[in-house]
Design a protein around this ligand. Structure first.
Ligand code: PGA
Ligand code: ZN
Length: 404
């Protein structure tokens, strides 16, 4: 079936924080179409694509109409690489600041969905390298307790995570949900008069300190592992750039220099059996990351998010520095699926792991699960609770249950 793009549209929609973002619709001449929305971050990296041009979503919609749609009509969705290259060409900046990284993301994903539909194949298959069978399912990185920029009144550390590495999506998701529930019950027991809330990514928010929160998480993981036999272990996303100012890591409880931060984090890894450690060091310090990785890399995934911003060039530098052993992939940090797949390729060729990730402001869509399965990612980071998170988990469940 022909896959020529005949019509494209871009519209404004709300994300899970109630802020405006964009969704693209792409129609092909054979009648197939695809639609996808783009998420938005709050604790963004200095090195990521600009989500919207200056002026925000209205300017993004106008530039789409005047620049993007006319250039893309007539291209073939069968060649996603050339569609994504055309997005770069009309933008003409290194960080999509003219058309907006979210426009690029929505168009790139909607094009891939339309192409998959035209071929009557699932999206994961459309994105997969030859030979990938779609049966290697990612572990779940499930945010259970929120802090930092995603929570009001919580710890400084941004995310307390259940890293659930079960044999099936069903088993991993069960375990992540159980850890989330255990923490909620324990917080309620401990703080019976305090009103508990949930943060931007669906984890609990409570007035507790960083180490208390980690202790609670570790006990929850122990309890769920014992009860279910599913390997589920504590993880953290420190999002350390968010509390790094004037050369120091400034927690409410302590201020640390780089040596102090490395000592603090590596001790936590060993004391609490952390198996997933994201952004323990601020985003420009490759060497600091490398020191953490040298220390704990054999025992835990050390994941660069703000450090790499899904950029192949930054990952290249990270590989040379042995900065981490895993890379977080967020499509709208770099702008297109083709760029994301290039970063994944580079990550894989170094023998490192890829983790496909949501953003804190999400759309209630499931396509991210297909990206994780198609790329055979080591893990899918998409939270545990909240409709926009569950949309991805449910899509992964469906893929896990589909007969080959
Ligand atoms: P975000 O952060 O707010 O930029 O989406 C999520 C993360 O740090 O992993
Ligand atoms: Zn992060």
């Amino acid at each position: 079936m022909s896959e020529t793009i005949v019509r494209l549209a871009l519209d404004s929609i709300r994300d899970s924080r109630g802020q405006w973002t964009v969704e693209a619709t792409v129609e092909l001449d054979g009648g197939a179409s695809g639609r996808a929305g783009a998420p938005s971050g709050a604790s963004t990296s200095h090195f990521e694509a600009q989500a919207f041009p200056d002026g925000g979503v209205p300017v993004a919609l106008e530039r789409f109409r005047s620049l993007v749609a006319p250039r893309l009509v007539g291209l073939s969705a069968a060649d996603l690489g050339s569609v994504d290259a055309a997005l770069h060409e009309v933008d003409g900046t290194p960080n999509f600041s003219r058309i907006g990284g979210n426009t690029a993301t929505a168009v790139s994903v909607a094009t891939a969905i339309a192409s998959a539909r035209a071929r009557r194949e699932p999206l994961w298959k459309r994105l997969a390298r030859p030979g990938v069978e779609g049966r290697a399912f990612p572990a779940i990185v499930g945010n259970c307790l929120n802090g930092g920029r995603h929570a009001i009144g919580g710890p400084d550390i941004q995310e307390f995570i259940a890293f659930a590495d079960g044999p099936t999506p069903d088993a991993s998701i069960d375990a992540a949900v159980a850890v989330h529930r255990w923490i909620g019950e324990e917080l309620h027991r401990r703080l019976p008069t305090v009103a508990l809330g949930r943060g931007d990514e669906g984890g609990w928010v409570a007035p507790i300190g960083n180490v208390d929160a980690l202790e609670l998480l570790a006990r929850a993981c122990d309890a769920v592992r014992d009860a279910t036999g599913v390997p589920v272990y504590p993880g953290l996303d420190l999002a350390a750039s968010e509390f790094f100012r004037d050369g120091r890591y400034r927690y409410r409880e302590q201020t640390l220099d780089t040596d102090g931060q490395i000592g603090f984090v590596t001790e936590l890894v060993d004391r609490y059996g952390i198996r997933y450690l994201e952004d323990p060091i601020e985003e420009s310090d490759y060497e600091g990351f490398a020191r953490v990785t040298a220390e704990v890399g054999p025992r835990t995934l050390v994941v660069g998010d703000d450090l790499y911003a899904t950029s192949p060039a930054r990952v290249e530098r990270g590989i040379a520095a042995r900065a981490t052993n895993a890379v977080l992939l967020k499509v709208n940090q770099i702008g297109t699926l083709t760029d994301t797949m290039a970063t994944d390729e580079r990550t894989r060729s170094a023998g490192w792991s890829s983790v496909v990730s949501h953003r804190s402001g999400e759309v209630p869509e499931g396509w991210l699960a297909h990206v994780a399965v198609g790329l055979e990612a080591r893990a899918l980071k998409c939270g545990v609770l909240g409709g926009e998170r569950v949309a991805k988990l449910n899509e992964l469940l469906r893929l896990g249950r589909a007969t080959p």
